[in-house]
Design a protein around this ligand. Structure first.
Ligand code: DC
Length: 221
């Protein structure tokens, strides 16, 4: 088992940006578990499956071969051998990922992959259940959150910068709905692990959050 840093929290809290920075500083591998749920969701959408079709999701998820590799420090997600990075960052895929991740078979399959990845190397892993379920023995656990209005505005700015036309109120509504579902599902819901440190980034800069986490790592060594 390598050294592991677990970062959990709700949608849009800045987990991936922060986790990437921390991984870079520590020279650890960054693993974005949300991207795996997104790749699975993409596969289900491509097969015309709707979020409420639980049995079809259980059957179909077995056919999806999801793996990751790292190219120049970037995580590349492969779905049945194809790089799907460019296809998984839409709101549609994100919402389907949240809906289909309540499925036990989907979770078992992806959690197994995540544990295998962390077994062989030092990682910063982000998601919803890393500190509580995937890596309960993680060396450092962070629960990163921010007000939903702040998270919505950040996502809005991100999408606008990419040239997408979007509606701030709709984004906040989606974020609140996604939190609801991720926090209230039956299997490994999003919650702060008992031994996780709460970091509220509502009024913090990227640098401040990164520094806070690196300091925690230094203290834990
Ligand atoms: O972090 P993200 O927005 O890319 O994640 C998309 C969805 O995937 C999220 O709403 C819930 C699900 N997810 C999960 O259930 N467990 C994880 N460890 C990561 C993501």
């Amino acid at each position: 088992m390598g050294y592991s840093i677990a970062i959990d929290g709700p949608a849009g809290a800045g987990k991936s940006t922060i986790a990437k920075k921390v991984a870079e500083k520590k020279r650890f591998i960054y693993i974005d578990t949300g991207a795996m749920y997104r790749a699975m969701a993409l596969y289900l959408l491509q097969n015309g499956i709707r979020p409420e079709e639980h049995e079809r999701i259980s059957a179909k998820c077995k056919e999806a071969d999801i793996t990751i590799k790292h190219v120049n420090g970037e995580q590349v997600v492969l779905l049945n051998g194809e790089n799907v990075n460019a296809l998984i960052r839409t709101e549609e895929v994100g919402n389907m990922a949240s809906a289909s991740s309540i499925n036990k078979d989907v979770r078992e399959k992806l959690v197994e992959l995540q544990r295998r990845l962390a077994a062989s190397t030092d990682v910063v892993m982000d998601g919803r259940d890393i500190g509580t379920c995937v890596l309960p023995q993680a060396d450092v656990k962070i629960y990163l959150t921010a007000d939903s209005s702040v998270r919505a505005k950040r996502r809005f700015d991100e999408l606008t910068a990419k040239g997408e036309v979007c509606d701030l109120a709709k984004i906040e509504k989606d974020i609140v709905e996604r939190d609801e579902r991720d926090m209230n599902r039956e299997i490994s819901p999003l919650r702060q692990a008992q031994d996780a440190v709460l970091v509220d980034s509502s009024h913090m800069t990227l640098e401040e959050v990164t520094r806070t986490i690196l300091d925690l790592c230094d203290r834990k060594r």
